[in-house]
Design a protein around this ligand. Sequence first.
Ligand SMILES: Nc1nc(=O)n([C@H]2C[C@H](O)[C@@H](COP(=O)(O)O)O2)cc1CO
Length: 187
Amino acid sequence: TTVAVPFNSVWGLGALLSCIMSTKPGYVEPPLQYRPLVGACIVNQEKKIVSIGYNSMPNGCDDDLLPWTRFKDGIDWLESKTPYVCHAELNAIMNKKCADVKGCTIYVTLFPCNECAKLIIQAGIREVIFLSDMYHDRRETVASRTLLSMAGIKCNEKRIVRTLRTSQRPDVKTCMCVNNSSFYCAW
Ligand SMILES: Nc1nc(=O)n([C@H]2C[C@H](O)[C@@H](COP(=O)(O)O)O2)cc1CO
C-alpha cells in the first residue's frame, strides 16, 4: 500500500518537514533494514502549529559517530544509535514555542513508543494522530496503547487520502518519500 498525503495539510507543514529533516536516509545495508524517518507536529486547539520535531541524536552528539544498524556485523545495541536517539515526539515536545502544549494534538508519522506516550501524557497532549503503525505488535507499542488509553488520550489513524500501488522497493517494508506535491508513505 502507498498513501499520498498532500503538502497542504498539517502533515505537509509539520510532520513532513520534520521527516525530511530527520537524521539520515532510512536505509541501512546489508542486510537491508529500514530505519524510519519520523516527524511529529504539535497543533493547538486552533489548529495552529506550535512545534515540530524529528528523530535525531541529542544536541552536541555527533550524528555520524554511530550507525543506525541494530544487528549488523556484530554491532551491539550499545554501539548503535538506538539507545541514544531522541524520538520525534520528544523533540517536538521539547521544541515547543509556547508555555505548554496542554490540550494540543500531536501528529506523528509513526505511532509513539511507550516512553513517548509517557511524555505525551505528562505534557497534557490530548490526542495522537498517526500515519504509520508498522510497529503495532512491538511490546513498546502495546504498552504505549495501554498507557494512552488509560490516560484517556484519543488515538486516531490518519485517514488515507488516496491509495496507490508501488513496486519501487519491494524489499523495503515501509518507506517515506516525497515528490513535488505529496508525501508518500508505503508499506
Ligand atoms: N514513534 C517513534 N518515533 C521515533 O522518532 N522513532 C525513531 C527512533 C529511531 O531513530 C527510529 C527507529 O526506531 P526503532 O526502529 O529503533 O525503534 O525512529 C521511532 C518511533 C517508534 O516507536
